[in-house]
Ligand binder design. Structure first.
Ligand code: HDD
Length: 740
């Protein structure tokens, strides 16, 4: 609807509708980070740019040139039914600007969500790095963007894929970007192959399908021909490829970095982010349902949690290794980005805490325009000769020039360093700075020789002078890079039986979506080199013979840290659905409060929206209706009774018949939408609690009341402690694999 205000001296517009304000309002208070560009013009006059940024806050609608507008809904015409006039500047400006609103999406990691936060150093890394932001209790503002890799900007969040985990630290020594993933290894060992792996993973170039997934021929063609991708692919096929939430993912810097301490001594290191809430995943069926029921699931989860004050946290940790000329550790080549160093060999030492506490105020200005670069480094952190990293150091600045329209993207508010900037970079597309002085070059005498360069003692970033091995120019890899199977085997052996089942199902699903049998057979040959059972079971699922391994199976010890199963985690921030038809409201209130007391989020699910018990003086708000609720949203489900089908609800008659048939008693029919909720919750091995006749729901859903993780009791307070205990382990693992 239009927002018109009377312009003095002109007839007033149509009377506004009742919802609209009838008087100009003062500007809304600006949110942080909406301050916009500098507000003084070269002539020294205020430009009003702040108000342009806060468009909806200003009193009057204007053109981009500041002319107040009397009308923005009707083109200038010759008479009400006549032709539109080209001279209508507002029409042309409005449409021209709209035509150019989109910028190219990122060539990879296009779909993302981000948040602001703060990083606090523990001071524990001082012996290995002089990076000031890691000092004890030093607080540094950060902006973190999570992403999927393959999908377009509008694709679903819960597809099977690697997740990006990019952190921009606005340190006092300049920006440090840690541009990592939720998987600690990469598909390729040399950046020159990046276009190949991405072309293979992206949709087929002829039909542009499938969107945001690896379940297609070109992906499997590439990774089966290119066996160094085996390790990363196996992680993707594990539960790591379908995280429960961005808040519950690990992050990895992937490469080995070189740290430099105050004495100039160097140490090799790998960065890890460890989520306070633990590492948890969806199950595949759940992820698929989520893609349809709520494609924004991860984005919403992150924003909701921050808004609710449940600020996600990760500890930053490092694994450190002596900086030897070989750059290996326990026989593992530290320059090979397809390899991890098991935590049992090199423990992750915590060095700081990241807290995300503020949502972006404008998606485009912040999440879309943020530009990361692994080469944005601060004193104390340097790179190694990992050939994948070398190519990345080129690619990121290059891609921003296309994506953000020129070389001045560092001036965008989200990319501006918080350290003072005094560069000699000039002009170019989208230059917003008004540089003074006459000598943007060095050496100069005209500007008094300014600015001067600094030494390391004045905070300059000085590349550490390490020896580089001499050699002939070759296009080769070291022999150690050709071990493609020992670490995939180690990962496989480290998984619990349930996690292994999930991997088998994932390979079977993805390869079933390929058209070419030759590709399936080739993938099976790679699986045979990881583990005969893995190969055998996937082959069975595909109806193909299982090949023999082409090389001896690696003799590797499992690394228990790689499994997501077997530990207990805080339940804070977990979502618990409480299903009720409005009866027994006391127990619903009590269960809701008990869930809140655990720091979890209760969502009351009822036949219709509004409030329950409006006449009780203590009404309960309904957050989800039976029509809108889907199990994917809940980590556990509590049933306060067995809601009957509403007589007038759509589908209720069919449902009554259906559930009546199951229970053999039409009189005890349960609303089919509640039966579906219970079925899915059970199938996905989540905790189910119930009271006040809830066993009729189990019965209608075909769930045995003594099945693992099905908790009955007199009321919510009685069942909740056991449900919480189950939630600390994330899922009722005993229910697998029979449930799927
Ligand atoms: Fe990359 C984006 C992570 C290898 C080229 N990458 C991008 C993002 C993440 C990563 C998280 C999204 C940043 C954001 O949120 O804006 N990339 C990785 C990791 C890699 C990796 C962990 C391996 C260890 N990337 C890699 C290679 C190349 C690139 C080898 C090219 C040679 N990556 C890019 C890019 C992107 C990008 C094309 C697209 C958008 C952008 O940079 O800003 O330059």
């Amino acid at each position: 609807m239009e927002q018109q205000h009377p312009v003095p001296g002109r007839p007033g517009p149509e009377p506004p509708s009742l919802e609209e304000p009838t008087e100009p309002r003062g500007p809304l208070p600006p949110k942080p980070d909406q301050s916009g560009p500098a507000t003084v013009s070269p002539t020294g006059q205020p430009t009003g740019a702040d108000r342009a940024v806060m468009a909806q806050g200003g009193e009057y609608l204007t053109t981009a040139q500041g002319h107040r507008l009397p009308d923005t809904d009707h083109s200038l015409k010759v008479g009400a039914r006549g032709p539109v006039l080209l001279r209508d500047h507002h029409l042309r400006e409005k449409i021209t600007h709209f035509d150019h609103e989109r910028i190219p999406e990122r060539v990879v990691h296009a779909r993302g969500a981000a948040a602001h936060g703060v990083f606090r150093g523990y001071g524990t890394a001082a012996s290995v790095t002089r990076a000031a932001f890691l000092g004890k209790d030093v607080e540094t503002p950060v902006f973190v963007r999570f992403s999927t890799v393959l999908g377009s900007r509008g694709s679903a969040d819960t597809v099977r894929d690697t997740r990006g985990f990019a952190v921009k630290f606005y340190t006092g020594e300049g920006v440090f970007d840690l541009v990592g993933n939720n998987i600690p290894v990469f598909f390729i060992q040399d950046a020159i192959k990046f276009p190949d792996v991405i072309h293979a993973g992206k949709p087929h170039p002829d039909r542009e399908i499938p969107q945001a997934q690896s379940a297609h021929d070109t992906f499997w063609d590439f990774v089966s021909l290119h066996t160094e991708a085996t390790h990363h692919t196996l992680w993707n096929m594990s539960d790591r490829g379908i995280p429960r939430s961005y808040r519950m993912m690990e992050g990895f810097g992937v490469h080995t970095f070189r740290l430099v301490n105050a004495d100039g001594e160097t140490t090799l290191a790998k960065f890890h982010w460890k989520p306070r809430l633990g590492v948890h995943s969806q199950v595949w069926e759940e992820a698929q349902i989520t893609s349809g029921a709520d494609p924004d699931f991860h984005r919403r989860d992150l924003a909701d949690a921050i808004e609710a004050g449940a600020h996600p946290q990760w500890e930053l940790g490092i694994q450190t290794f002596p900086d030897t000329p070989e750059q290996t550790f326990e026989g593992i080549d530290l320059l090979d980005p397809t390899k991890i160093v098991p935590e049992e060999l090199a423990p992750v030492q915590p060095i700081g805490l990241l807290t995300l506490d503020r949502n972006p105020g404008n998606f485009f200005a912040e999440t879309e325009q943020v530009a990361f670069h692994p080469g944005h480094l601060v004193p104390g952190i340097d790179v190694t000769d990992d050939p994948l990293l070398a190519g990345r150091l080129f690619s990121y600045i290059d891609t921003q020039i296309t994506r953000l329209g020129g070389p001045n993207f560092a001036q965008l508010p989200i990319n501006r360093p918080h350290a003072p900037v005094n560069d000699m970079l000039r002009d170019g597309m989208h230059q917003t700075a008004v540089h003074r002085g006459t000598a943007p070059y060095r050496p100069n005498s005209l500007d008094g020789g300014c600015p001067f360069t600094a030494g390391a003692d004045a905070g300059a970033y000085v590349e550490v002078p390490v020896e580089v091995p001499a050699g002939r120019k070759v296009r080769e890899v070291p022999a150690s890079f050709s071990d493609h199977f020992s670490q995939p085997r180690q990962f496989w052996l480290s998984l619990s039986p349930v996690e292994q089942e999930h991997v088998i199902s994932a390979y079977t699903f993805e390869l079933s979506r390929c058209y070419e049998n030759a590709i399936r057979e080739r993938v099976l040959r790679t699986l045979a080199n990881i583990d005969p059972r893995l190969c055998q079971e996937v082959a069975e699922g595909l109806g193909l013979p299982a090949p023999e391994p082409s090389e001896p199976l690696a003799d590797v010890a499992p690394s228990p840290a790689l499994s997501q199963v077997g530990r207990e985690w805080p339940v804070a921030g977990r979502v618990v659905g409480i299903v009720t038809d409005g009866g027994g409201l006391e127990s619903v209130r009590a269960a809701r409060q008990a869930v809140l007391d655990q720091g979890m989020v209760p969502l009351v699910v009822a036949p219709t929206g509004g409030v329950l018990g409006a006449d009780t003086g203590d009404p309960v708000t309904v957050q989800r209706t039976f029509a809108a609720a889907r199990s994917i949203e809940f980590d556990a489900l509590l049933l306060a009774g067995a809601p009957a089908p509403a007589a007038d609800a759509h589908g209720a008659r069919d449902a009554k018949a259906g559930s009546g048939n199951r229970s053999g008693d039409a009189g005890s029919a349960v609303d089919p939408r509640v039966v579906l909720l219970a079925c899915e919750t059970y199938r996905h091995s989540k905790a189910l609690g119930g009271w006040a006749g809830a066993e009729r729901v189990w019965q209608a859903a075909g769930i045995a009341s003594d099945a693992p993780g099905v908790v009955g009791g007199g009321d919510g307070l009685e069942v909740l402690p056991e449900v919480v205990r189950l939630l600390t382990r994330h899922r009722v693992w005993e229910r697998f694999p029979s449930a799927l």
